[in-house]
Design a protein around this ligand. Structure first.
Ligand code: NAP
Length: 264
């Protein structure tokens, strides 16, 4: 079978460990023939991400804390020096203070709100601005930027709190970025993934109950497999997704359509 991403290069931000959604996406991209470049946030994660890159057979791992414009500039400069032309960028990054995911939303501090917005929403804008000039020319396929979001952007999910508001901003940013970058044939989309047990997800209070509830309620009667999220990312990164931009693609076993259902 032909590989869907043969000849394409993807920059993937947000691999922390083997459970990261970005790890599943990197695996799927490499399976489909892409050259994959990973990033790590700081020296603390360097060795781990370099080992993961070696296991995945990724091309390399470069530093990038998305809250630091200087690091985004350095990353773009390094890729440009190497002569890298990007076809896809995956932004799989979020952060909020643990206490803001445990107490009532009304008690969110100004600083906690700003931090969640900066890391989880604004960073997509900063990443898009830094990497758009490295994307393939519009008649060479342009580029695809993919971010990860969650249903808590539009519905109240208990304990998701400040992150739900950050995801709402992220999804709005997807629409504005797709409008700005569309003329360069750069597409911007989000995958709204169902709940998956990852390091970030463990920061949400009662996350296991959320998983249980979703499996009982979702039309497919099960939780989301990271490989399903990854395959949707392959579609958006590939030429098959060439007409799709500004979209929120739900890969959540159908959970987003539900209002109420009895669970056994
Ligand atoms: P994860 O493995 O913990 O990934 C989150 C990543 O964000 C980590 O690699 C983390 O790096 C990185 N990060 C945080 N702050 C950063 C910064 N300042 N600079 C660079 N990187 C930074 O968890 P995940 O669940 O796969 O999350 C990936 C994305 O999927 C997030 O946007 C999340 O909201 C979204 N999502 C997750 C679920 C779910 O149920 N798991 C569902 C829907 C959407 P470090 O570990 O090095 O800090």
């Amino acid at each position: 079978m032909p590989q869907l991403l043969a000849g394409k290069t993807a920059l993937i931000l947000g691999v922390a460990n083997r459970w990261s959604l970005a790890y599943a996406i990197a695996q799927a991209f490499i399976r489909e023939g892409a050259k994959v470049i990973l990033t790590y946030q700081s020296d603390r994660q360097k060795l781990t991400v370099e080992e993961l890159a070696a296991d995945l057979k990724a091309h390399q791992a470069l530093p990038c804390d998305v809250t630091q414009d200087s690091q985004l500039d350095a990353l773009a400069a390094e890729l440009k020096n190497q002569g890298t032309i990007l076809n896809c960028v995956v932004h799989s990054i979020a952060f909020a203070n643990r206490e803001d995911l445990a107490r009532p939303f009304v008690e969110t501090s100004r600083a906690g709100f700003a931090l969640a917005q900066d890391v989880s929403a604004y960073s997509l804008v900063a990443v898009a601005r830094a990497t758009a000039p490295l994307m393939a020319a519009k008649d060479q396929g342009g580029g695809s930027i993919i971010t990860l979001t969650y249903l808590g952007s539009t519905r109240v999910i208990e304990n998701y709190n400040v992150m739900g508001v950050a995801k709402a901003a992220l999804e709005a940013a997807v629409r504005y970025l797709s409008y700005d970058l569309g003329a360069s044939n750069i597409r911007v989309n989000a995958i709204s993934a169902g709940a998956v047990k990852t390091a970030s997800a463990r920061g949400i209070r009662d996350f296991s109950k959320m998983l249980e509830g979703a499996a009982g309620m979702a039309p497919l009667k099960r939780n989301t497999d990271p490989a399903e999220v990854a395959d949707a990312a392959v579609f958006l990164a590939s030429d098959l997704g060439r007409g799709v931009t500004g979209n929120i693609l739900y890969v959540d076993a159908g959970m987003q359509i539900m209002g109420f259902a009895r669970t056994e």
